[in-house]
Design a protein around this ligand. Structure first.
Ligand code: HEM
Ligand code: HEM
Length: 180
C-alpha cells in the first residue's frame, strides 16, 4: 500500500505528488507577489516564507526522486505519442522543481544576505557575493518559473482530458488504482 506496484501508485508517491503540488501553487502565488515588491522591513517575512517553503519543496523533490528510485512509479496507462509527451513533461517538471529552488537560493546567496529558513537555520552560501551571480540566479529563477507555469497548464489539461476519456489516469494518482 505504501509502495508503488506495476499498476498502482502507493500512498507515499500520492502524498508526495499532492503535497508538492500544493506547495508549488503557494510558491508561485507568493513569488508572483514578491516580483512586484521592493524588499523592506514590512515584507521581509514574505521573502523568508518564500525561501523556507521553497527549500522545503526542494527537500521533498529530492525525497521523491530517492523514493522513485527505490519504488518505481507504475507503467503509464496507454501508449503512443501521448505517453511519450507525458513522460517528457514529467521529467521536465522534475528538473524544473530542482532548478527553480536552486536558482532562487543562488540569487539570494549572491546578495550577501544570509539565507535563513524557518527563522532558524542559516543555509550555506552556494554562490559568490556578486551582482552578476545575483542577476544570473534571479533571471533564471524568473524564466524557469514561467516555463513551469506553462507546463503545469499542459499537465493539468492532459489529466482532465484523460479523466473525461475515462481511462483512470487521474483516479490512479488520487486513489492509487485506475479501476476498482
Ligand atoms: C519551488 C520553489 C520555488 C518557486 C516555484 C518559486 C517561484 C518564484 C516566482 C514565480 C517568483 C517571481 C518571479 C521572479 O521575480 O523571479 C520568485 C521570486 C523570488 N524567489 Fe522564488 N521560487 C521558489 C523557490 C525559491 C527559493 C528556494 C528561494 C531562495 C532561497 C527563492 C527566492 C526568491 C526571491 C528572493 C524572489 C524575488 C526575486 C526578485 O525580487 O526579483 N525562491 N520565486
Ligand atoms: C501543481 C503542481 C503539480 C506538479 C509539479 C505535478 C507533477 C507531476 C509529476 C512529476 C508526475 C509524474 C509522476 C511522478 O513521477 O511522481 C505527475 C503525475 C500526475 N499528475 Fe501531476 N503535478 C501537479 C499537479 C497536478 C494536478 C493539479 C493534477 C490534476 C488535475 C495532476 C494530475 C496528475 C496525474 C493524473 C498524474 C499521473 C500520470 C500517470 O499516471 O502517468 N497533477 N504529476
Amino acid at each position: 500500500m505504501l509502495k508503488n506496484s506495476a499498476e498502482s501508485f502507493g500512498l507515499i508517491s500520492r502524498l508526495l505528488h499532492w503535497g508538492i503540488a500544493g506547495l508549488v501553487v503557494v510558491m508561485l502565488s507568493l513569488g508572483l507577489r514578491l516580483e512586484d515588491m521592493e524588499p523592506g522591513l514590512a515584507n521581509l517575512w514574505l521573502y523568508g516564507l518564500h525561501k523556507s517553503l521553497g527549500l522545503l519543496t526542494l527537500s521533498l523533490m529530492v525525497a521523491r526522486i530517492l523514493w522513485h528510485l527505490y519504488s518505481p512509479p507504475p507503467r503509464p496507462i496507454g501508449g503512443g505519442w501521448q505517453a511519450r509527451v507525458a513522460r517528457a513533461t514529467h521529467l521536465t517538471l522534475y528538473l524544473l522543481l530542482l532548478a527553480i529552488p536552486l536558482t532562487g537560493w543562488i540569487g539570494s546567496a549572491a546578495t550577501g544576505i544570509d539565507v535563513v529558513i524557518f527563522d532558524r537555520w542559516t543555509l550555506p552560501t552556494i554562490a559568490p557575493v556578486s551582482p552578476d551571480w545575483e542577476a544570473l540566479g534571479f533571471t533564471l529563477h524568473d524564466a524557469l518559473t514561467k516555463v513551469l507555469i506553462l507546463l503545469l497548464f499542459l499537465h493539468m489539461g492532459a489529466a482532465l482530458k484523460r479523466e473525461m476519456d475515462g481511462d483512470g489516469t487521474l483516479r490512479r494518482i488520487i486513489t492509487g488504482r485506475a479501476h476498482d
